[in-house]
Design a protein around this ligand. Structure first.
Ligand code: GZL
Length: 307
């Protein structure tokens, strides 16, 4: 045991080989699989041992995985909570076992913030506001604007906050209205299915689709084409993540804009874990840098995209 103990457990030399448990949401989207790869590569490239669990978007699987990491006495747990609530008990168990937990990508809605060391991820409210501001600039003077919304996973931080941020902006404009809003669970298949239902009920009265991620937007684009309308022309398409699939859709003239949500923060996460276990102070919340991209930029930027 070298150096002084930190509040949550013994400090370890940064270069020492760590055993890190990573409880990942699932593999539901291009964003998710890119985030998994970034995290896995960063942990193994740094010479640490990775114990990985894909929860298939089920909360009970994440709780089981964290309990298993505790039983295996890992040095640190990285956790991307599928939803914001219901994890207090298992996070308390990790704290009692003196295993630090680092929140990756998604946050939890828990009063006692001593149950995790740091949150590293995007500001989803900011992402929703960027989407709203882009739409207002694009369509402000166009009379009634009917918007259908494909929400992310019910109860997840990105779904709650992307909705909140978007509504903060468009609520200032009475002619903008969200006429239908339903979860597509962040997947292409569900996004297509729900968009088919929206088209069936509201067909020619839909001006805009706001999808909480690009995968649902891509599924919806298929539904719009099968319905006989032109995506990005008859219905403006807004997505979030800025995955390759969105750049391909925009380059094909089928999508208007995507708000970037950067999944490639694996190296930054490993650095934070090493710093903390070496006894250094780390910030409670670290936001990931990100931008937004429109149709006219897609062709040129597509070859540069890493996920
Ligand atoms: C956002 C992340 C979301 C992505 C979706 O950080 O939690 O989950 O936007 C993914 O693609 O399913």
């Amino acid at each position: 045991d070298t150096g002084s103990d930190t509040e949550e457990g013994d400090s370890k030399e940064a270069s020492e080989k760590l055993v890190i448990g990573f409880s990942q949401v699932g593999a539901e989207s291009e964003w998710r699989t890119a985030n998994t790869t970034s995290m896995q590569d960063a942990i193994t490239d740094a010479g640490h041992e990775l114990k990985f669990s894909d929860a298939q978007q089920k909360q009970e699987n994440q709780i089981k995985a964290i309990r298993s990491f505790i039983a295996q006495k890992v040095d640190a747990i990285v956790f991307s909570p599928v939803v914001e609530t219901g994890f207090e008990t298992v996070l308390q168990e990790a704290k009692d076992a003196k295993i630090p937990v680092f929140l990756s990508d998604r946050a939890v809605d828990i009063e006692d913030d001593s149950l995790w060391v740091t949150f590293l991820g995007s500001d989803f409210i900011e992402e929703g506001k960027k989407a709203g501001n882009w739409l207002v600039e694009e369509m402000e003077g166009e009379g009634e604007v009917n918007i259908v919304e494909l929400q992310g996973t019910v109860g997840s931080a990105p779904a709650i906050d992307r909705k909140e941020g978007f509504e903060q902006i468009i609520s200032e404009y009475p002619n903008f209205e969200i006429t239908k809003s339903q979860t597509g669970d962040f997947t292409r298949a569900k996004g297509k299915e729900v968009m088919e239902a929206f088209l069936k009920s509201d067909g020619d009265n839909i001006d805009v689709l706001y999808a909480h991620n690009d995968d649902m937007a891509i599924g919806a684009i298929q539904a719009i084409e099968e319905y006989g309308l032109k995506p990005a022309e008859d219905i403006v398409i807004i997505g979030v993540d800025a995955v390759k699939g969105a750049f391909e859709a925009m380059a094909a003239g089928k999508m208007n804009v995507t708000i970037e949500c950067n999944p490639l923060f694996g190296p930054q996460m490993v650095e934070i874990i090493e710093q903390y276990l070496a006894g250094e102070e780390v910030p409670k919340r670290i936001a990931v840098e990100e931008s937004m991209y429109t149709m006219d930029q897609a062709e040129e930027l597509l070859p540069t995209r890493q996920y």
